[in-house]
Design a binder for this molecule. Sequence first.
Ligand code: GLA
Length: 383
Amino acid sequence: MSGGFREAFGRDPDGVWAAPGRVNVIGEFTDYNDGFVLPIALPHVTRAAIARRDDGRLRVVSAQQAPGGGGPTVAEASLSELEPRTATGWAAYVFGVAWALREAGRPVGGADIHIDSNVPIGAGLSSSAALECSVALGFRDLFSLRITRERLALLAQHAENDFVGVPCGIMDQTASLRCRAGRALLLDTRSLATRQVPFDLAREGLVLLVLDTRVQHSLGTSAYAERRRACEEAARTLGVRALRDVEPGEMQAALARIAEPVIARRARHIITEDARVLEVVRLLDAGRPRDVGPVLSAGHASLRDDFEVSAPELDTAVEAACSAGALGARMVGGGFGGSAIALVDAGRAQAVETAVRAAFAERGFGSPRVFVAVPSGMARRLA
Ligand code: GLA
């Protein structure tokens, strides 16, 4: 790791930080409706090796983006000239974090930064939050900023919303900065209160498989913002601060007040999804992880039919997994591609993987990436 830094910048870094990607067990699109989410951190991390500079410049290199032969490409910016929406590509997330910290009055100085990541990109596993959080934690330590992980997550989200221009919620950054190994993180996205929920699937003879379709349909970015607007419109119509404020018992009456059927379906997904998060937490607390399966599958149906953010590859992965004996499965993340998860008896994992691969081959889809999601620890300093 610091080898890559030394090669790029001709000196050693002051430190190295790692931040994980995440997979969300349940609670999709609830995070911009003040609702609940339940992510776990993955063992896959983005590492940021950083050394201070005293000239107010940021110079960033990514091991993944280095063109062969000619040495790595350096993305450069001057701290005082950072302007929202001016940078593009992966470097925008790094510049955005520096910008957001400075906007918040935190004295971030110049730095050389080397990024290296094994979080699959575009797979719905939060490679962007991992990048933001590795850099944010590094800046916090290097520039001695007194700032909590809760606040750091908000600043990373601010960077993504307002510097990069992606209107994401707070789930991914919080997951990367606050998840614990062997636990799922219950986050109330209104209060930012968290609870570590036992998620020791191995002890129960279960595994959570990630089925990465390796496709990302281009609709994703515009549809994400469009869905968010639909939810806000539904909340306005219902006269609530956010859809979180509609109790499941009041749902039918509330939906009847929304004239536009599409908007009503979007709202129904959010209201039922919040209830599913709390149901999954109740089952995990009660030591009944197997019973989580059907709740995951219900979540997928809601994302597919009411929120309409699935994709043929995701539906195929979910159907093939369930037909091969998974206890439940659903798409995860922002939708229109990326990954699904399947809750599976450990002894069935190979059969489920084989069935998903066969279904993909039969439909002419590319080969999926399949791995076991091990609930891992939060972003940390490595060196
Ligand atoms: C993306 C966003 C998150 C969240 C999910 C959907 O990952 O970054 O904030 O909205 O989509 O649950």
